[in-house]
Design a protein around this ligand. Structure first.
Ligand code: DOR
Ligand code: ZN
Length: 405
């Protein structure tokens, strides 16, 4: 048993408390403590972040990222739990590929992790959820939704409808034409198509506009946006380093989304961390879509809070609480029965983001020179992992087995 003392974010406020932890789980939150010593955590203490949408490329494309570098990048950005997508080189569509992925990852993760399966005829009980691809993106997966076996788990939808993408194909050599190739209407059509399948626990990944966000919510889906669709648009001068699916939209669409970030229609802010090498990104037309973002997700949103763009409540709900609830894991809150994952930070301490200082193997970021607020300390299940920019513990992330939950 151990105890921590500090200013913890609990039920919408920072409160000075003692948090008693037993084998990594919060046992009690108390006002006083007399029977044991407590470790003091300086600064403001938030729950560790939960990023329910990352692509760590392991196994198969570890020249872009592997679970070690991806999870290091996560933890330095205050994310202590990730859920990793199944579009690996060998897609994770069945039990055998799922098992090989899990054994390839081994004990190299610095954060706790769940793994999705691609929805298929075979269910993998250990998977954190099922991914549905309604349109082809990086990896080329397309789901035959009428022929899948379903589980009572979150179903994350890549919402771009293939038929619509096919109808909009044209020359594509910059961010504006990339948006025209995969227009917002394909997102709207995908949401509508998903509704017709009458599935439970549908989560619409990476929505890019207020219109699609509200539409998805009105149909009973949980919703997700990314920091890049909130903060970047197709006029950014970053060429293929802004090429992503769904695409960055035009400025007015992006601004409207950002201006409504506190909306009840928004559940989750996930990174959709999807690294590619700088070499692959050289020529726009041929560049694969995808951007890294797991390390900058929380720092960018905390900085947006500092600038008055988002409320702290909404930020913590979207970065920590709601993704944990949607994936049904005991994380994302500082309360009895939840894992003791904490990040501590100073809201006044801002950093200019630099790709070369981040920990992803890909070595770049679309948010170069943006302001971020990074955590000083990161705890995973009560254990100090990051201290002042250094990792101070060996990797100890565990697999979140949905079968045992
Ligand atoms: O831009 C994207 N990149 N969108 C996706 O859906 C997949 C991702 C990737 O894996 O690179
Ligand atoms: Zn994705």
């Amino acid at each position: 048993m151990e105890a921590f003392h500090g200013r913890f974010y609990i039920s919408g406020e920072f409160r000075e408390k003692y948090v008693v932890v037993d084998r990594g789980v919060i046992k009690e939150v108390r006002d006083e403590l007399s029977d044991m010593r407590a470790t003091n955590i300086p600064g403001h203490v938030l729950p560790g972040g939960v990023d329910m949408h990352v692509h760590f490329r392991d196994p198969g494309e570890t020249e872009k990222e592997d679970f070690k570098t991806g999870s290091l990048s996560a933890i330095f950005g205050g994310t202590t739990t990730v859920c990793d997508m199944p579009n690996n080189k060998i897609p994770i569509t069945n039990y055998s590929s799922f098992k090989s992925k899990l054994s390839a990852i081994g004990n190299r993760s610095y954060v706790d992790f769940g793994l999705y399966q691609a929805a298929s005829k075979e269910v993998v009980p250990e998977a954190i959820g099922q991914k549905i691809f309604l349109g082809r993106s990086t990896g080329g997966l397309l789901t035959d939704v009428g022929n899948c076996e379903w589980q009572d788990k979150v179903k994350v939808v890549h919402g771009e409808l293939q038929e619509c993408l096919d109808n909009n194909k044209r020359e594509n050599d910059n961010l504006v034409s990339h948006d025209m190739n995969r227009p917002l209407e394909c997102e709207m059509e995908a949401i509508e198509a998903t509704f017709k399948y009458r599935l439970e626990r549908v989560h619409m990944g990476h929505l890019t506009s207020l219109r699609s966000l509200e539409f998805a919510k009105s149909l009973g889906f949980t919703t997700e946006v990314t920091p890049h669709h909130l903060l970047l648009n197709s006029s950014a001068q970053i060429g293929s380093f802004g090429k992503v699916n769904p695409p960055l939209r035009k400025k007015s669409v992006q601004q409207e989304l950002l201006n409504n970030i506190n909306s009840k229609s928004l559940d989750v802010i996930a990174s959709d961390h999807a690294p590619h090498t700088t070499q692959e990104k050289e020529v726009f037309r041929e560049a694969p879509s995808g951007l890294p973002g797991v390390e900058t997700r929380i720092p960018l949103i905390l900085s947006s809070y500092r600038k008055g763009l988002i409320s702290l409540d909404k930020g913590i709900s979207a970065l920590m609480e709601r993704p944990a609830e949607i994936c049904r894991i005991n994380k994302g809150r500082i309360a009895k029965g939840f894992d003791a994952d904490f990040i501590s930070l100073d809201f006044k301490k801002t950093t200019e983001i630099r790709g070369e200082e981040l920990h992803s193997r890909c070595g770049w970021t679309p948010f170069e020179n943006f302001e971020g607020i990074f955590p000083d300390l990161v705890y995973l299940r009560g254990e100090l992992i990051v201290q002042e920019g250094e990792v101070v513990s060996p990797s100890s992330g565990v697999f979140l087995n949905a079968k045992e939950q």
